[in-house]
Ligand binder design. Sequence first.
Ligand SMILES: NC(=O)c1ccc[n+]([C@@H]2O[C@H](COP(=O)([O-])OP(=O)(O)OC[C@H]3O[C@@H](n4cnc5c(N)ncnc54)[C@H](OP(=O)(O)O)[C@@H]3O)[C@@H](O)[C@H]2O)c1
Length: 335
Amino acid sequence: MPKLTRLMAVAMLFLLQACASVLSEAEQRQVAGKTYVITGASSGIGRGTALRLAALHANVVLAARRTDLLREVAEQAQAAGGTAMVATVDVANPADMQRLAETAATRFGRIDVWINNAGVGAIGNFEAIPIADHARVVDVNLKGVIYGSHAALRQFKLQGSGTLINIGSVESVVPQAYHASYSATKAAVLALGRALNEELRLAGAKTITVSTVMPFATDTPFFEHAANYSGGTPRMPAMDDPAEAVDAIVYASLYPREEVPVGWKGHGAMVGHWLAPDITESVSANVAHKYQFDTAPPAPPTSGSLHAPQPNGRGVDGGVRERMERENAAAKKGK
Ligand SMILES: NC(=O)c1ccc[n+]([C@@H]2O[C@H](COP(=O)([O-])OP(=O)(O)OC[C@H]3O[C@@H](n4cnc5c(N)ncnc54)[C@H](OP(=O)(O)O)[C@@H]3O)[C@@H](O)[C@H]2O)c1
């Protein structure tokens, strides 16, 4: 087979995987009674994942900083048929993560799946973003995942099995201009998972696995919570619905794979980067520049929820797609 045809065939297979994230009824029943720890469960993808798992009768341990919101999610989770526990944590504090593992294991006897989902972003020219914000992105997105992975793997070794799911991003593979430190942390999260899987293989720990789930741009409160020094409202084209990432995470909890791109756009970006990395990175940067600097209405600088939680941005859906439509319509009218 000529090389190009072979490449196309592999690319098609890869894209087909994008469709394989919906569980059958029998598979859904496998979730019932399992214990999931979910960091960043107060909003966005984490909140959506917790509620989906609860509806499948899982035990969900809900961790984040906003205790009031976690209690609200816990009530909804209980009403949906799950069993919920709330844990107020800052993932950047290793003692909090250790305590989270201990309290979850004590309450439910074991931890089947640990999802390191909490994350924050910083948008803007690299040198315009204060160094304290870059540092905090690393503290939460990378050190937080290391602390969570450490606590989870120790518990998995004690109990003999477990699934660790770290939430990376399409930016784990395709770094994005104006998200430099965020992209760096997400690439590191992928590297962490790959290295850990090798350690587990060498230790003969066949029933412990690490998956990195890599969502495409997703419409969640992430953009309201991100630090933003770009001068414009946070924007991103062709956003996925949060349900795409939720489906992929729940599926990966039953069928762990080392790398799990989310949806056809996530798979497409990976294939594009594999075939033509420089072109894919340039296209992605050009699009980010156009949306963030050429067309965004003005917005004041903010450190978002990096250093302290903020009350807004409470749901699963972030309303970014709707806001962008309103902004685009207003811009057209103003012309
Ligand atoms: N949305 C996207 O386009 C996208 C794309 C790819 C990957 N992701 C990743 O998906 C994950 C979830 O993000 P999201 O989109 O669902 O955004 P989100 O709604 O802002 O969710 C982030 C969650 O992390 C929690 N969190 C932030 N800092 C924390 C800290 N120091 N300690 C504990 N919890 C903390 C937040 O809760 P509190 O404020 O209550 O602590 C919130 O529950 C992140 O890892 C993000 O990088 C998102």
